[in-house]
Design a protein around this ligand. Sequence first.
Ligand code: NAD
Length: 343
Amino acid sequence: MMNWKSHPSYDGHEDVVFVGDEGLGFAGIVAIHSTVLGPSGGGVRVWTYPREEDALTDALRLSRGMTYKNAMAELPMGGGKTVIYKMGPDRGACFEKFGEQVQAIGGRYVAAEDVGATVSDMRAIARKTSYVSGIPKEGGQAGGDPSPWTSLGVFLSIKTLLGGAVQGRTIAVQGTGAVGLGLCKLLADEGAKLLVADVNATNLDRAKALGAEVVAVDRIHAAKADLFAPCALGAGLNTTTIPGLGAPIICGAANNQLATEEDGARLQARGIVYAPDYVVNAGGIISVSAEYIGETEAAVDARVRAIAPRLMKVLETAKAEGLTPHQAADRIVRERLAAAQRA
Ligand code: NAD
């Protein structure tokens, strides 16, 4: 079994639980970074990795990111994440088994959707545990697929960064999956010009149907645009892509966009404004958290609308203190966590 406490991405994580079932042919990792602010909340990612070690790296990094995201969004939740790196042929049975294993974690982790997981997967988990969110509810209660809320939070942030309107502005969207496509729709509805790239032809076609122009997957970051929105996977802002970025502002949904801490400084040195990923992509977890604690959709809407003003405060703090936006966001979160720990 992998030793997570000596892993380079270990950051004082409270626990790492290896889940799975040999007979069903599935395997995964639940990483619990922090429960200081509440039960650790974070999605279930279903993905394949070259090595098991890489799945652990992702689980550790993503769960830490959830602590920061949830604290920044002022949610009563800590940070956790599941990575399922091997899925068996009977998906429903795998998720039910996983539900039993989430139940055994005893409420320190609450599951929801992430890349590769769906509402029906959450329903399977819910047959075995109540420590799950992301399931549609009725009567104006918060619930269901969190990605439309993520799209809305990113869209409103983009609009604010562009001075209050997107009409006639060019936005390059990398990844037109659940969040990216939702974002494209909101942008197209308000008259933005869209440049898009995706490795999945079906998802790309959905964006094309909105009038978007297709750019090659390896050139989307360099497309001349008013703003670049990374909505695919992480680490897209790195030493290879940063010198060629074609937009002066970056604001998108993907988690862990900066490959390394230094890449934030590299963006700053190029005069590129970077909206920290976890500040702007909190819409989904806001919905998940509201569903878990029984809030209404109206409460989710209000919390999602607070994202753009919060982003502007982070950017102001960064400017005033000579930090990168990402450093400023991290500092705000660390203060919040320290205050909660003292309390
Ligand atoms: P998704 O799987 O529905 O969409 C991702 C899309 O990116 C897919 O269409 C995929 O084909 C595409 N893609 C993968 N590699 C690519 C590449 N190299 N170039 C271009 N496209 C590529 O996932 P999603 O739910 O839309 O999430 C997108 C990102 O936003 C992820 O990083 C996720 O962690 C993050 N995020 C999602 C939510 C949410 O509510 N779903 C919330 C916060 C953050």
